[in-house]
Design a protein around this ligand. Structure first.
Ligand SMILES: NC(=O)c1ccc[n+]([C@@H]2O[C@H](COP(=O)([O-])OP(=O)(O)OC[C@H]3O[C@@H](n4cnc5c(N)ncnc54)[C@H](O)[C@@H]3O)[C@@H](O)[C@H]2O)c1
Length: 347
């Protein structure tokens, strides 16, 4: 397989690094409109082909990774698909739901693989937490809370929800094996040139009677990458920055004694039990993501983070934009039935 990486910026250069170390990849073609990026990334891969555009690279590649800024994803992916190439498009897969739907339609008609760059769908800690949640170890779920904060990196083409919450939407749909029914979002713009740089999103999963809150910021002094899941029996915290103990399970909770009247203040007690941390065999998520993509290109199988998963994340983000414009009003998620069914089946 010869793979072209369109966009060799911050994240595209990671794709180049991982692909270059994969035995199934015969050639990695570096593609970027900026000559200085081709030169600086190309220094580590002196024998790699370099091209200034996808058009100029079409004869040299069988599959394409689209790691440009989000507002160029659709145009580049559509060109690749029209030329019969398999495509993996970074998150967010597109900047409108209509474009994401069209991308899925084009790939389906062309019979090529379409994958979304949802790195956390390939993260062993997310797999572990998903199995803990799905086995019912935490009891009945009360709520989920996620925070993804840091100083920067600001983007000029999408707001902070489209940049950062894309990850938390993907994690939450995996944990719950479901898509939200209603979304609300609110945020503020402080120092960004484009859109909100601090925002909160609330996703309501009506069928499950669970809600998930996601806080994202490009303007915070501390780096935080955390997902908390609170259940009736136990609570779990996934801290992606704690590489030794990414997941901790807290045997903690608040209990109402069954035989005591609810009016009795002494009928409530708090439980402070053990804190445990399961072993996680961790590998680089981007490697798993690219291995899955290339396997699916060869076999015709459907990637874990497929086009419909990409479309779902974009649809949630578009609903969040609508809610931002209406001061946080709840907006129903409108998704093709097929996408919701796939997410529940695959996640
Ligand atoms: N999955 C993840 O964990 C993760 C992490 C970071 C970024 N990303 C995503 O990766 C994408 C790229 O982000 P980044 O921070 O690397 O951006 P970046 O601005 O550093 O790099 C983008 C590069 O694309 C090039 N480019 C743009 N349009 C092009 C075109 N039509 N043809 C050729 N080259 C073109 C630019 O010259 C630039 O070098 C974004 O969609 C972002 O959301 C994903």
């Amino acid at each position: 397989m010869r793979v072209g990486v369109v966009g060799c910026g911050y994240w595209g250069s990671n794709h180049v690094r991982v692909l270059s170390a994969m035995p199934s990849v015969a050639e990695v073609v570096l593609i970027d409109a900026r000559t200085e990026r081709l030169e600086s990334v190309g220094r580590n891969y002196p024998r790699s082909l370099r091209r200034a555009s996808l058009t100029a690279a079409l004869d040299d590649v069988d599959a394409v990774v689209v790691a440009t800024q989000p507002d160029a994803h659709f145009e580049v992916a559509a060109e690749a698909i029209a030329a019969g190439k398999h495509v993996l498009v970074e998150k967010p897969m597109a900047t409108t739901k209509a474009d994401a739907e069209e991308m899925v339609r084009l790939a389906t008609e062309a019979g090529v693989t379409l994958a979304a760059g949802h790195t956390f769908a390939y993260n062993a800690a997310v797999w572990k937490l998903t199995s803990i949640v799905q086995r019912g170890e935490l009891g009945r779920l009360h709520y989920l809370d996620a925070a993804r904060l840091n100083l920067g990196l600001y983007r000029d083409d999408v707001n902070v929800l489209w940049d950062l919450a894309a990850h938390d939407i993907s994690i939450t749909t995996a944990l719950l094996r479901d898509v939200p029914d209603r979304i609300s979002a609110w945020g503020s713009r402080h120092t960004s040139r484009f859109g909100e740089d601090v925002a909160t999103m609330r996703m309501l999963f009506d069928r499950r009677q669970v809600e998930s809150t996601v806080r994202v910021s490009w303007l915070d002094p501390l780096k935080v990458r955390r997902t908390t899941v609170v259940g009736s029996e136990k609570m779990a915290v996934y801290n992606d920055l704690d590489t030794d103990q990414r997941i901790k399970i807290f045997d903690r909770g608040r209990m109402q004694h069954a035989d005591a009247p609810t009016s009795d203040p002494f009928s409530i007690s708090y439980r402070y039990g053990d804190i445990t941390s399961p072993h996680i065999e961790f590998g680089e998520p981007l490697r798993f993501e690219l291995e899955d993509f290339l396997r699916c290109c060869s076999s015709g199988a459907v990637p874990v983070a497929n086009g419909l998963a990409g479309l779902t994340v974009v649809a949630v983000l578009e609903a969040s934009d609508a809610s931002l414009r209406e001061n946080g009003a709840l907006v129903p998620l409108e998704l093709p039935d097929l996408a919701a069914t796939m997410i529940r089946a695959v996640a």
